[in-house]
Ligand binder design. Structure first.
Ligand code: HEM
Length: 426
């Protein structure tokens, strides 16, 4: 395993030629049992690029316009049901994870699957999730119980998706604005549609890609807002100026997509959280043909892995002042427009910045760059908007700010993630 750090290291891994290193050889032993066959890393790279283009059709500005009221409804429904006291201590990670699964499954998979969350679908996700462990990257042959439970859970989900898709096909005229519809309507360049099985497998992959990353980011953002009430108040002040009225706990305006995009302070909060707490610490590639490290005599042999760790440059004093501190306002200044080369390449799913030469790359770069970034920003900002309008937050005095848990696939706060909420009265 060759660990590549700093700007040069990030660029080396993210932009290495596909004939030398691949993501599919690194990730497929882990992802195939969870996502199923024929999608993402279980297909040649060119097919993945086409599948990413199809997924992007469900992540347009029009889709986000439809998703925002759903996000708000889901969060309101959750807190009305679970945060019933005027003030209390909660397990923040658990609450946020539930809000993310409800908002994501409703908007990506559609209302039919969302309504089945309490009828066992959530348990099936949970089973798949518990099989998604880092150890499987390197030891796919271990006889661990978790390796065997994914197949059954996947087949059961497959059955549920198939019946929802079949039902939708019977009413093809009825348009739904969600990822399921976008995938059902998409075509490969050859004109061939995605099979129903592959539609379902892509939906599972997307839920896995977005669930923990967004849950971790939202939880870290809210913990930092709880520790910095002045920033939380800045968010509220900005929103009150925008909407021209006080945001009451019971009544706050429904923001449009344009409003959410323009929430500057919240944008800075999410960006800064992703800088110091990027959920994906490790980006892996398997070397398939010996690759030379530029300006050195080292050659990484085939069969080895390359590992990028972008959080190293993102928290390096060389690139950011007070680099370990959470200071959202730093993004008000020129740092937002960092020195990254803005040239773009289209790998088959739309223009992507070619260079990976930025100290902060929470969404990766190159052909495997995240296509869920905008969805994640809209989802996280909307959830935070609702929660900050309705509640004040503070850290649990005994627990304080949690340390990072490096044992899971994404970097969560070490549990129990206790946080206090107090209902706002105005
Ligand atoms: C804060 C939230 C998120 C973060 C930090 C994040 C981060 C990343 C990173 C670092 C990669 C690159 C992986 C690599 O190069 O090996 C990636 C790829 C990807 N992400 Fe995200 N992601 C987030 C949310 C989402 C969401 C919500 C979706 C779907 C709706 C999504 C879908 C994808 C897809 C399809 C890929 C492409 C995989 C590939 O081409 O190999 N992500 N993400």
């Amino acid at each position: 395993m060759t660990v590549c750090v700093d700007i040069e290291g990030n660029d080396f891994v993210f932009n290495a030629k596909h004939s030398y290193v691949t993501a599919e050889d690194a990730y497929n032993p882990l992802t195939k049992p969870i996502f199923g066959e024929g999608v993402v890393y279980d297909v040649p790279n060119a097919v993945l690029m086409e599948q990413k283009r199809m997924i992007k059709a469900g992540l347009t500005a029009d889709s986000f316009r439809a998703y925002i009221p759903i996000f708000i409804h889901e969060v309101n429904q959750y807190v009305d049901k679970h945060w019933t006291k005027d003030e209390d201590t909660i397990d923040l990670l658990q609450s946020i994870s539930e809000m993310i699964i409800m908002t994501a499954s409703h908007t990506l998979m559609g209302p039919e699957i969302r309504s089945k969350l309490h009828e066992g679908v959530a348990d099936l996700y949970h089973t798949l999730d518990s099989c998604f462990t880092p150890i499987r990257f390197l030891f796919e042959w271990l006889p661990l119980p978790s390796y065997y439970s994914s197949g059954k859970a996947h087949d059961e989900l497959d059955r549920i998706f198939s019946s929802v898709i079949a039902e939708r096909r019977k009413h093809m005229g009825e348009k739904h604005i969600d990822m399921l519809d976008a995938l059902m309507e998409s075509r490969y360049k050859t004109g061939e549609p995605l099979s129903d099985k592959h539609v379902g497998n892509i939906l599972i992959a997307l839920l896995m890609a977005g669930q923990h990353t967004s849950a971790a980011t939202t939880t870290w953002a809210l913990l930092n807002l709880a520790a910095n009430p002045d920033v939380a108040n800045e968010v509220r002040a900005e929103n009150e100026t925008r909407f021209g009225r006080k945001l009451g706990a019971k009544s706050f305006p429904e923001p449009s997509y344009e409003d959410v995009k323009d929430f500057v302070v919240l944008d800075n909060v999410v960006r800064e959280t992703l800088r110091i707490r990027a959920p994906l610490m490790q980006i892996m590639r398997k070397v398939v043909s010996p690759i030379a490290i530029p300006d050195t005599s080292y050659v990484v042999p085939a069969g080895n892995y390359l590992l990028a760790v972008p959080v190293v440059s993102a928290t390096d004093e060389k690139h950011y002042k007070a680099a370990e501190d959470w200071i959202p306002s730093r993004w008000n200044t020129a740092e937002k427009e960092d020195a990254m080369d803005k040239a773009t390449t289209d790998y088959g799913f739309g223009a992507t910045t070619t260079s990976a030469r930025s100290p902060t790359l929470p969404f990766g770069a190159g052909r495997h760059r995240c296509i869920g970034e905008q969805f994640a920003y809209v989802q996280i900002k909307t959830i935070l908007y609702v929660l900050l309008s309705r509640f004040d937050f503070s850290l649990d005095p005994k627990r304080g700010m949690p340390e990072r848990n490096f044992r899971s696939m994404v970097v969560f706060p070490e549990g129990p993630v206790l946080c206090r909420y107090k209902r706002r009265t105005d």
